[in-house]
Design a protein around this ligand. Structure first.
Ligand code: NAD
Ligand code: MG
Length: 383
């Protein structure tokens, strides 16, 4: 029996994770589940899985959570510090599935316990970068990528020396707007942006997928996860989302991981690692799919990958600035305050106005994140 904590249990990745646990109840014991404010769903999950602890990040919701858990024996807690405490209970496996830099502090707390961290929360790694990878090293934790591309690369690297890698190629679906003209992009609505053709995901990552910031964040994520230089990381657009990423070796061999567009596959790979487990996912039927196509990304219409590459090259705190500016811009777009194409423009403006020194610890990263958000808001109101 292994213990599991799910940070962000009520989200899309959280639900996929708990669906797998539901099918393997005798192998897992759930320690803690967390959510932002959906107390009804959190309480339902905590009862179903017999969790020890349920944490709602929005402290105002704690009375509602307590009420929903009355008589269940599940402990209830609220607020950001309680999130960190949940992560610090030291589960064997922590599924980090909070969206945004809000997941950073609890993810770091889980790392400090030295267990397995199955990481979906890419914004945390993008923001903290070396601070996080150094903590992983220091505490003997194991960081397993859940992001489908990185999980694919992790699988393609297994048993090979990364010194022999010529290219790591991240595939990108291109999102719902991949064939849209610039004029059409300027008028794209939030409802159109969250309607992803291949994946069913939370709103923020769906918008990131439409702007290609998702791939930009993933480029930075890959740079921290895998020991190859940025000059050996590239992106290719692959609309069918069947090839989840590839690794090309110096002898000309390319290894790819293929699978259905279902997050339960990479989540299962991380949960069972180094073993394998069954999933209920529809098996890949390549004859039915018929065609796999690939093309180069267009950085004119989608500047996000260029901005992310530049931020990764600058290193230090700059990726945290990029991430924070993007989080604010995406929230503003979803709230109808800025246009779709303003997202990247606004991120570029913030990057041009704020270049803090490299962070040395978690609180430095959080400070950069807070300041970059404040600047993004100011730039937005003055634009
Ligand atoms: P989601 O919006 O569906 O769920 C996010 C979860 O985080 C929810 O449980 C929510 O309650 C919680 N949360 C949100 N804000 C919070 C805050 N401020 N404090 C504490 N908890 C908070 O998001 P998702 O699509 O499941 O994505 C989660 C993470 O996984 C993101 O970083 C995303 O980039 C990554 N990811 C998602 C997918 C996918 O298919 N959905 C694929 C790859 C990577
Ligand atoms: Mg991904």
């Amino acid at each position: 029996m292994r213990t599991l904590t799910v940070l962000g249990a009520t989200g899309s990745v959280g639900a996929s994770t708990l669906d797998l646990i539901r099918r393997n109840r005798d192998e897992w014991r759930v320690l803690a589940l967390t959510a932002h404010s959906n107390t009804a769903e959190l309480a339902r999950l905590a009862r179903e899985f017999g969790a020890e602890l349920a944490v709602v990040a929005n402290e105002a919701q704690l009375p509602a959570l307590r009420e929903a858990l009355a008589g269940s024996g599940v402990e209830a807690a609220g607020g950001p510090a309680a999130l960190v405490e949940a992560a610090a209970r030291g589960a064997d496996v922590t599924l980090a599935a909070i969206v945004g830099c809000a997941g950073l502090a609890p993810t770091m707390a889980a790392i400090e316990q030295g267990g397995v961290i199955a990481l979906a929360n890419k914004e945390a790694l993008v923001s903290a970068g070396d601070v996080m990878t150094a903590a992983v090293e220091r505490h003997g934790a194991t960081l397993l990528p859940v992001d489908s591309e990185h999980n694919a690369i992790f699988q393609c690297l297994a048993g090979n020396d990364s010194a022999h890698v010529r290219w790591i190629t991240l595939t990108a679906s291109g999102g719902p707007f991949r064939d849209w003209s610039w004029e059409r992009l300027c008028a794209a609505t939030p409802a159109e942006a969250v309607r992803h053709p291949n994946w069913d995901m939370g709103a923020k990552i769906s918008v990131d997928s439409a702007t290609m910031f998702n791939k930009g964040l993933e480029l930075i994520e890959a740079h921290h996860l895998f020991p190859v230089g940025l000059d050996r990381l590239r992106i290719i657009v692959h609309p069918q989302s069947v090839v989840h990423s590839m690794v090309e070796y110096r002898d000309g061999s390319t290894l790819a991981q293929l699978g259905p567009s279902d997050m339960r596959v990479p989540i299962a790979s991380a949960l069972a690692w180094p073993e394998r487990m069954d999933t209920p996912c529809t098996p890949l039927d390549l004859a039915e799919i018929g065609e796999l196509t690939f093309r180069r990304p267009d950085e004119e219409r989608f500047p996000a990958t260029r901005l992310a590459r530049e931020a990764a090259m600058a290193g230090g705190a700059i990726p945290a600035v990029l991430n924070a500016a993007n989080e604010i811009a995406v929230a503003a777009f979803l709230a109808g305050q800025i246009s779709f194409t303003r997202i990247a423009a606004q991120v570029e403006d913030v990057l041009g106005s704020y270049a803090p020194p490299p962070p040395g610890c978690l609180s430095d990263v959080l400070e950069v994140d807070t300041e970059a958000r404040a600047r993004a808001r100011v730039l937005m109101t003055s634009a």
